[in-house]
Design a protein. Structure first.
Length: 355
C-alpha cells in the first residue's frame, strides 16, 4: 500500500450563480476509485481528502437547500483547508510523503494576461461564485508552492476544468508563507501537471451511455482509460510520458461528436515520474512509434513496411497523431497518395517521428 502518498480530490457540480455541471461529482468518484484500487494508486482511505458539492469536509451538504449564492459549498475556505496541513509542513521545512495527487473538476478559468508569463496559472471557481464575483481557488498556485517547498517528492495535478480567460475576474493568488526553500530539493521534485484544455480554451463534459448514461468530464475518462490501458515499459513501469501520449491518442475518439481541444500536459523539468508498476507486465516490450502529421487533413492513411519493404499494416489517421507498437527493427512509414515517407531503425525505446 502507498502509505506515503496522499490525495486532495475536489469536484464542484452545483453553481447557483453560474450554470451547474453534471460531471464533476462523477469524475471525483472515478478518480477516487482509482486511487483506492490495489492496481491503481493503492492509497489508504485516510490519505484521501475529498471535497465536493455532495460531501463537504465530512459533512453532508445538499446544494438544493441553498436559498442564497453565498450559502453554496464548497467555498474557498472549504477547499483551502485541504491544503493547509501541507503548507504548514512546507513552512517548517518538513517532507510529508512521496506523492501528492491534486484532482480538481468544475468550472475554472486561466489567468488573463497579455504577457502570459505563467501559462499554467489555473483557478477553480468555488460553488458561491457568480458572474459578478468570480470567487475561486488558484489550485496551480498551491501545487507550485508545495513543489518549491519540496513537501512531496512528486506532485500530480489534474484539472478537468475550463481555462478560458475572464477579464471580469482577476486571478487571485492565495496568501502563502514567504519562506526560503532549498532550490536543489525543489528542482528534483517530479511533476505531472495535466489540464483538460490548453490555456484560453474550454473543457467539455459528455454523457456516456456505456457508463450508465452518466455524465463525466471527457478528459477524466481519457485519463482513467490511460491509467487502465497504457503500456508498461520492459521494467513494468507506466511513466508520465506514456500516460500523456495515450491521452493525446484517444481523446478525440472518446469525445466522439463533441469537439475538444488537445489537452495540455506538462511533465516538469526533472525525471519523468512513474505513475505505477504493473505486476503482470511479463510480455516482451514493444516500443511505441508515435507519428505526427503537421498537415493533417482528416483522410490520411499510413502504410507500414518492414526492412524488406513487405507490407505489414495500413492504419487511418483519426487525428494528427497516430501511435503503433512494433518489434525492434527497420521500418518504412508512408502516407498514401503522397511522397511523404520516413525510414527508421526502431530500437528498444519509444520514438516520435514527423512525416
Amino acid at each position: 500500500m502507498a502509505a506515503d502518498d496522499y490525495a486532495i480530490v475536489i469536484g464542484i457540480s452545483g453553481y447557483p450563480g453560474l450554470s451547474s455541471l453534471e460531471g464533476p461529482g462523477n469524475d471525483v468518484d472515478l478518480f477516487t476509485q482509482w486511487l483506492r484500487k490495489k492496481d491503481g494508486g493503492n492509497l489508504p482511505k485516510k490519505n484521501i481528502s475529498i471535497c465536493t458539492s455532495r460531501f463537504c469536509l465530512s459533512k453532508k451538504f445538499d446544494p438544493s437547500c441553498c436559498e442564497q449564492i453565498e450559502e453554496a459549498r464548497p467555498n474557498r475556505e472549504d477547499i483551502e483547508k485541504l491544503f493547509r496541513p501541507w503548507v504548514i509542513a512546507g513552512t517548517l521545512g518538513n517532507t510529508s510523503g512521496r506523492r501528492l495527487y491534486i484532482f480538481a473538476s468544475g468550472h475554472g478559468f486561466g489567468k488573463a494576461s497579455d504577457s502570459h508569463t505563467n501559462p499554467m496559472d489555473t483557478a477553480l471557481y468555488t460553488a458561491n461564485a457568480d458572474v459578478y464575483f468570480g470567487l475561486h481557488v488558484a489550485v496551480t498556485a498551491y501545487a507550485n508552492w508545495l513543489a518549491q517547498a519540496a513537501v512531496f517528492d512528486e506532485i500530480v495535478l489534474v484539472m478537468d476544468c475550463c481555462r478560458t480567460k475572464n477579464l471580469m475576474h482577476p486571478f487571485t493568488y492565495p496568501v502563502l508563507p514567504n519562506t526560503s526553500h532549498d532550490p536543489e530539493k525543489a528542482r528534483k521534485v517530479r511533476k505531472f501537471y495535466a489540464f483538460a484544455s490548453p490555456w484560453g480554451n474550454a473543457a467539455k463534459e459528455k454523457r456516456f451511455m456505456e457508463r450508465g448514461n452518466r455524465t463525466y468530464g471527457i478528459f477524466t475518462i481519457a485519463l482513467l482509460e490511460a491509467l487502465a490501458k497504457a503500456r508498461a515499459n520492459r521494467l513494468g513501469n507506466v511513466k508520465g510520458e506514456t500516460i500523456k501520449k495515450y491521452i493525446h491518442n484517444v481523446i478525440d475518439e472518446i469525445a466522439g461528436d463533441t469537439k475538444v481541444p488537445p489537452p495540455e500536459i506538462d511533465l516538469g523539468n526533472y525525471h519523468d515520474l512513474i505513475w505505477f508498476t504493473r505486476e503482470d507486465a511479463t510480455s516482451p516490450y514493444k516500443p511505441l512509434v508515435t507519428i505526427t502529421l503537421p498537415e493533417f487533413r482528416g483522410n490520411e492513411i499510413c502504410h507500414i513496411q518492414n526492412g524488406a519493404l513487405e507490407a505489414l499494416d495500413s492504419i487511418p489517421f483519426t487525428s494528427e497523431r497516430l501511435s503503433v507498437s512494433l518489434d525492434p527493427g527497420l521500418y518504412k512509414f508512408s502516407i498514401e497518395g503522397t511522397d511523404r515517407n520516413k525510414l527508421i531503425q526502431l530500437l528498444n525505446d519509444d520514438i516520435e517521428i514527423t512525416i
